[in-house]
Design a protein around this ligand. Structure first.
Ligand code: HH2
Length: 288
């Protein structure tokens, strides 16, 4: 088993992330307050079992997060974040050494501990702005980095977000963050871009971003989309109610297929099987 940096470019490491087909990233929130699955996977063994289920269903990557970034959420302490995520990263890789673990954090200290525990991807929703040590860490370790667009910060980002041209502004922002990463020594092939669906965006902004994803793809980096069960789907389909976030599966699957058509290759989802099957069909049609 090799989960060190040398695995990154090898056949068994995250090299697999850049193939032509869709890559499923299963969401594992080890938090009491995530908008959809908060509190479900707080116990380490439950979290590891959920990771195993998502891997069985076809996820290649498990994205472990210890702090909710839902609109209005508060940050947790670095110690609490570490306490939540590290045993889970270790546990997943003990049980399933073939898994690629991604750590959803903007803190370099948490990312470093997770990389030490075998994670191979850092998913930074602040695109290296949250912790100025993050860029150097990613460059030193040679791991993958997801750079996501967010307007403002989770506490306030949904209070009247405005853009002149959301697609252009998100694309330009991500292009400049990718440049920043490269200047710090991050290798181009380790960069993944994400428009940040729901992060400081209205319903219309989210729809325009999904529709205009091709512009982002043209930058030449793999594009990840995280629309799973998000609020804009509820606004469109009326899936609110007590079980609302879980009812957004059909809408989520539609976003995955559309995003794939427009060139996205990584999909951060709660419901792996449904998205995987839909994407298999979309990929087969494209190949035909
Ligand atoms: N969305 C969430 C968290 N992390 N990372 C990336 N790269 N892209 C996303 O769209 C994204 C993300 C928010 O969703 P979730 O993890 O389900 O909820 P919470 O932040 O409440 O834990």
């Amino acid at each position: 088993m090799n989960h060190g940096p040398t695995a990154v470019h090898g056949d068994t490491g995250v090299g697999r992330l850049t193939g032509p087909g869709p890559v499923l990233m299963g969401i594992l929130n080890v938090t009491p307050d995530s908008f959809s699955d908060g509190g479900d996977f707080l116990a380490v063994d439950t979290a590891i079992a959920q990771a195993g289920k998502m891997l069985d269903e076809g996820a290649q990557v498990i994205d472990v997060g210890g702090e909710s970034t839902r609109p209005g959420s508060d940050p947790v302490s670095p110690e609490e974040e570490l306490r939540r995520v590290i045993p889970v990263v270790r546990g997943i890789l003990e049980a399933r050494p073939e898994a690629i673990v991604s750590i959803d954090t903007y803190r370099a200290s948490t990312a470093e501990a997770a990389l030490d525990a075998g994670a191979l991807v850092v998913n930074d929703v602040t695109a290296l702005r949250g912790d100025l040590r993050m860029a150097d860490l990613i460059a030193d370790r040679g791991c993958r980095i997801v750079l996501m667009h967010m307007l403002g910060e989770p506490k306030t980002m949904q209070q009247d977000p405005r853009y002149e041209d959301v697609v252009r502004e998100v694309r330009d922002f991500l292009a400049s963050r990718a440049e920043r990463a490269i200047r710090a020594g991050v290798q181009e092939e380790n960069i993944i871009l994400d428009p940040g669906i729901g992060f400081g965006k209205t319903l219309q902004h989210n729809l325009q971003l999904l529709n205009g994803l091709g512009d982002l793809v043209k930058l030449g980096f793999p594009v990840l989309v995280g629309a799973s069960r998000k609020g804009f789907l509820g606004k469109l389909t009326g899936t609110k109610g007590s079980n609302g976030t879980r009812d957004r599966l059909f809408g989520t699957v539609a976003t995955s297929v559309i995003a794939y058509e427009r060139g996205a290759r990584l999909f951060r989802v709660h419901d792996v099987r449904a998205n995987k099957e839909a994407l298999e069909v979309a990929a087969a049609v494209q190949r035909a």
